[in-house]
Design a protein around this ligand. Structure first.
Ligand code: GAL
Length: 439
């Protein structure tokens, strides 16, 4: 192993262990990174040339997430058999750990060739702002992607006429996952409004269920917050918070935060120790009736061979019917990528119909491309495709669409304090300050 590479790997491993130690979480115990295997760089291709490699960084390591990535890697192995895929995925839902590792690598001028980034402000307000990724207009021209990628998405991955990433999917954040048996046994209809939702959970608690709403570690609380705020404030109210037309100081924000505080009263006491998969499992096991999570939960349930509408059900988060709170995973090309040509080959697969139709049916997302083969997708994903086509689309905070990293991290800090003290007025004041500091 070359010395510089060894030092880099050591730095990554140390950074990762520091982060996991600091988080104290037991998330995704699945293999975290294939980066430790350095044999790829020296392997010979069948024609005798040195084998090329591409290092791809993500946080898809298990619990329904790795399977999707693996399916796309399989396609890559057929289109580019001479390029070794170096999987540098780092475990942890929503990229909480991975993005910290990535940030330290970028700071050390040691980028992976390509990494997972969310369309929206995470991309534009973070990586583009820091001049860390290359524009990909040449690839869009060559591959004709402007004809197949949704018009709503292109502005979110563009800046100054340049397009900066290749979206592989569309995920929906505002999904309520249910245990149909628990609901039926308690005579509860799937709630359509926040009031119905709270009433249903009162009924369940009265029947002896401690925590009708399953939740996990802090980012899943942020995820819950954004969906409850959308429910409480509506699409214009939510989107207005990010374009400056709605004040963080307003009464409607106060009401939304009170709704969120009420939702938290139904949550499991051990939330901070659980991954999103653990929280989803509580619903499958009937320990909870509901979980609010993005539709990667469908990929998790699929991997567990759960039957849709029998073992689990779904609906828009109460009060958000007709609204699609979206996010999109996309892959970027690092500036000064160590293996630029190989990275471009990977991006071509990420943007291809074949790649997307292999990845998404397993991942629990719908293709970013508009020409996906519906015959390959399960019942939930078909409903998501229909909703994506007809609903009002708004962006996710937790998953990078509406705020850049610095704003989001201010909000996250405020959330951390709120989860301890439950003080709505102080929380709102901190959110106002976060907007002033970063908005
Ligand atoms: C999101 C990401 C999804 C899924 C989820 C849970 O941020 O966009 O693809 O991985 O985190 O880890």
């Amino acid at each position: 192993m070359r010395k510089s590479r060894f030092l880099r790997l050591l730095a990554v491993v140390l950074a990762f262990s520091m982060i996991t130690a600091a988080c104290g979480g037991d998330e995704d115990t699945t293999d975290t990174t294939a980066a430790a295997d350095d044999t790829t760089a020296t392997t010979s291709a069948p024609d005798g040339d040195m084998m090329d490699t591409v290092e791809v960084f993500s946080w898809w390591t298990g619990g329904g997430e790795a399977a999707g990535l693996d399916a796309m890697i399989e396609v890559f192995a057929t289109t580019d058999p001479d390029i070794e895929f170096e999987n540098s995925a780092v475990a942890g839902g929503a990229g909480t750990n991975a993005r910290a590792v990535l940030a330290s690598r970028l700071q050390a001028n040691d980028p992976p060739d390509s990494w997972q980034g969310h369309a929206g402000q995470e991309l534009i307000g973070t990586y583009v702002a820091a001049d860390q990724i290359e524009p990909l207009n040449f690839l869009y021209d060559e591959m004709g992607w402007l004809d197949v990628m949704p018009e709503t998405l292109i502005p979110l991955i563009s800046d100054g006429g340049n397009i900066y990433s290749v979206p592989v999917n569309i995920h929906r954040a505002n999904v309520l996952w249910t245990n149909p048996t628990v609901l039926a046994d308690n005579g509860i209809d799937v709630p359509e409004t926040l009031d119905d939702f709270f009433a249903a959970m009162d009924t369940l608690q009265a029947a002896g269920m401690d925590a009708p709403l399953a939740m996990g570690e802090q980012w899943t609380a942020l995820h819950l917050l954004e969906t409850i705020m959308l429910s409480s404030m509506g699409a214009d109210g939510w989107s207005g918070l990010w374009d400056g037309t709605v004040s963080w100081d307003s009464a409607e924000v106060t009401k939304a935060l009170e709704d969120f505080a009420k939702a938290l009263t139904y949550v499991n006491a051990d939330a901070s120790a659980l991954s999103w998969q653990d929280a989803g499992q509580l619903v499958l096991d009937g320990d909870s009736a509901f979980n609010i999570m993005g539709d990667w939960a469908e990929g998790f349930y699929r991997e567990l061979e759960m039957e849709p509408n029998v073992d689990f059900g779904w609906a828009p988060v109460p009060g958000t019917s007709g609204l699609f709170q979206f996010l999109s995973d996309s892959f970027v090309l690092a500036k000064n990528a160590p293996h630029r040509d190989a990275a471009i080959a990977w991006l071509k697969v990420a943007g291809s119909l074949e790649g997307q139709d292999a990845f998404n049916p397993v991942k629990g997302s719908i293709p970013a491309r508009s020409d996906g083969d519906r015959g390959l997708y399960g019942e939930y994903l078909l409903s998501a495709m229909d909703d994506w086509a007809s609903d009002t689309v708004v962006g996710s905070l937790t998953h990078g669409v509406v705020a850049n990293d610095s704003w989001k991290s201010e909000i996250d800090s405020a959330m951390g304090i709120f989860l301890i003290d439950g003080d709505v007025a102080a929380f709102q004041a901190a959110l106002v300050a976060a907007q002033v500091a970063s908005g």
